[in-house]
Write a protein that binds this ligand. Structure first.
Ligand SMILES: Nc1ncnc2c1ncn2[C@@H]1O[C@H](COP(=O)(O)OP(=O)(O)OP(=O)(O)O)[C@@H](O)[C@H]1O
Length: 244
């Protein structure tokens, strides 16, 4: 399965944010999306999830040689600031979510199985969401996608809200999930990106480009990414980014 972006354009008034951005993302990989503040990472995620209308271009899902337009249902979106019903307990909310998505769930999957996978304790399951930490809310959002299994999962700065232990748990979870999904997460943490991602994608000047794989984990990695993100035109010593 592939997510294919073609000539994606998004403007806010006179501000051109995404300018003919194109890229092909593949199932089985974790992609890190890097870009400077205001580069348009959230705008790209909002556009793909249908929250914001695109001004141009198309997004497709390609599966078994069949191409179709991306639909809202294809996307699971883990927001950096999750919006959840605070008046319910985690358990009540997940139960409700399972009820309305009954057709997508394997019959042998029990609600507690999902909480176990997400390592949410029995006590926490029955607490009101309004008392959850930011990281706990992110965990609940990720749990929802274990239920509905959308082909594409977008995570906006997800791991920054987790403590080191939970971040490690989440990394393991993302690595197990990647075989069934296209996972794209935005981050400013270069170490996390090089550690977790199979591919790094740079969003700069409204366009997407991939960081050469051989740079991941190399001693020049950090400096090369900084060079790629700088506004200056291509100069000596600058790493080569290949447009997909
Ligand atoms: N609803 C909006 N109306 C007008 N301008 C917007 C809107 N949303 C975003 N922008 C502008 O679009 C640009 C891209 O914003 P966006 O939030 O997508 O960037 P980002 O890469 O996610 O940034 P950060 O890393 O700081 O979260 C910014 O200049 C921002 O001010």
């Amino acid at each position: 399965m592939e997510l294919i972006l073609e000539n994606i354009v998004k403007n806010y008034g006179d501000k051109k944010v995404l300018q003919n951005a194109g890229f092909t993302f593949e199932k089985g990989k974790i992609y890190g999306l890097l870009g400077r503040n205001g580069a348009g990472k959230t705008t790209l995620f909002n556009s793909l999830s249908g929250e914001t209308k695109l001004d141009g271009g198309k997004a497709y899902i390609k599966e078994h040689d069949t191409l179709r337009e991306l639909q809202e249902d294809d996307i699971g979106y883990v927001y950096s600031l999750p919006i959840l019903p605070e008046f319910l307990t985690g358990y009540e909310f997940v139960k409700f979510f399972m009820d309305i998505n009954r057709s997508k769930i394997q019959p042998d999957q029990q609600i507690d199985d999902y909480f176990e996978i997400m390592k949410i304790t029995t006590e926490d399951r029955h607490r009101l969401i309004k008392n959850y930490s930011h990281g706990m809310k992110n965990k609940i959002q990720m749990l929802l996608f274990l239920i509905t299994k959308p082909p594409v999962i977008l995570l906006d700065e997800p791991l920054t809200s987790f403590d080191v232990i939970v971040a490690l748990e989440m990394k393991i979870l993302l690595r197990t999930m990647k075989k069934d999904h296209i996972l794209i997460f935005s981050t400013h943490i270069l170490q996390l990106a090089s550690d977790l991602c199979d591919e790094l994608v740079i969003l700069n000047k409204g366009q997407l480009s991939s960081v050469p794989r051989e740079l991941l984990g190399s001693p020049e990695f950090e400096q090369s990414v900084i060079d790629l993100l700088k506004d200056e035109p291509e100069g000596e010593g600058r790493a080569d980014a290949s447009n997909a």
